[in-house]
Write a protein that binds this ligand. Sequence first.
Ligand SMILES: Cc1cc2nc3c(=O)[nH]c(=O)nc-3n(C[C@H](O)[C@H](O)[C@H](O)COP(=O)(O)OP(=O)(O)OC[C@H]3O[C@@H](n4cnc5c(N)ncnc54)[C@H](O)[C@@H]3O)c2cc1C
Length: 445
Amino acid sequence: MLDQNTSAQLKTLLERLESPIELVATLNDSDKSELVEEVAALSDLVTARFDGTNQRAPSFGIAKAGEDLLQSSGYAPKVSAEVLESIKGLGIKSDFDVFVSLSCHNCPDVVQALNLIAIYNPGTTATMIDGAFLHIGQGRMTLEEIVAKLDTNSAAKEAEKLNAKDAFDVLVIGGGPAGNTSAIYAARKGIKTGIVAERMGGQVMDTMDIENYTSIQKTQGPKFAAEMEAHVREYGVDIMNLQRVSNIKGASETANGLVEVTLENGAKLESKTVILSTGARWREMNVPGEQEYKTRGVAYCPHCDGPLFKGKRVAVIGGGNSGVEAAIDLAGIVEHVTLVEFDSKLRADQVLQDKLTSLPNTTVIKNALSTEVVGDGSQVTALKYKDRVTDEEHTVELAGIFVQIGLLPNTDFLKATAVELSNRGEILINERNETNVKGVFACSR
Ligand SMILES: Cc1cc2nc3c(=O)[nH]c(=O)nc-3n(C[C@H](O)[C@H](O)[C@H](O)COP(=O)(O)OP(=O)(O)OC[C@H]3O[C@@H](n4cnc5c(N)ncnc54)[C@H](O)[C@@H]3O)c2cc1C
């Protein structure tokens, strides 16, 4: 039930336990005991029992009267003595139910605050409820996404509508900057154009500040995405949002000579040509704190977010060309850059390495395994790493961490198709942006 990354993060956190704790599960017919068993298996100091009688099922509590998981085990609450005194003096008896979204940045603060209040006020309880488990979804959701969730038959209805569409001249897969631009150029030729995208806007939806788009001094990602979509709609492009493509057959593989695109809901679209613009996602470190402090110190795009750290200390994770280039660029903006490399040597071109070491405000640390992003609840304050030679733990105090350990192309769905990919999963194209499959092209921003 827990994925590998979550297990690894949880295991690291549980290593901080200094005394045993017990997880008490209250189960119902759906039997969700697996999660509790998995958590208990991560530490010798955690045991589980399944005879809880909580009014909510399935649920689990942490059985150690008057204490909570981390704060009871040598991990002192991060509040001043004065605030702690105020909490102790509340003298309340209340039951707090906190509905959280796992992608919400503020939720951990609220949950920890109410846990603390419950610990120091006997008779008070704090229960965290994952909104996604009991309700329709979690995190930022558009109206279309909510309607789709509420309509239990929506996938079948949507598939029926999509199947009824006539063949396109150009069908773009992906609704990021590259896909939208392709669609505009195609539609301006007066040909029948469509976009099918899992999420219109693409990666820019995940950033607040965009400051490098010539002629627009500053804009926000979601605003930029909305304007791109409005621009595309001006040309009458058929936008099929929230649709994930699962397969593609080239023009020479189909009976009617059209490219066939299959969606996850089973619908099939046809087009004379298809442009793949499914973009990429940053490769993550998968260490505790990384998700929590994304956009609050953990960054992936040096040229986008570098200026936000002007005059501050930052780290760059990764000593390949992009990491070393990032460190060089950042050194011109920030107070100091620490480059952290897992291996015993940097992989970047020598010329870049020479440039980096010639800069007065940079340090290179090799053989370093990044282990944790540390923060104060609102911003990153440090990076922890383990020296792989000596096994010693170190902490570097800083305000920003730029993760430069590569990008992962969104091409998993192409692995079972005839479209040729590089050994890193990138789509291979010729000088005309054609893939090896007839009628299928690819582009990216
Ligand atoms: C946090 C952050 C901040 C950034 N800030 C900046 C900045 O300030 N300036 C800048 O120039 N760049 C910035 N970038 C980089 C920029 O966003 C990307 O370079 C750009 O979005 C890439 O565009 P794209 O169209 O190639 O791919 P993407 O934006 O990745 O779009 C891919 C599209 O394909 C869709 N898709 C993927 N798989 C499928 C599938 N199987 N079926 C259907 N659809 C699919 C996705 O839903 C999406 O619509 C930032 C990126 C991030 C993550």
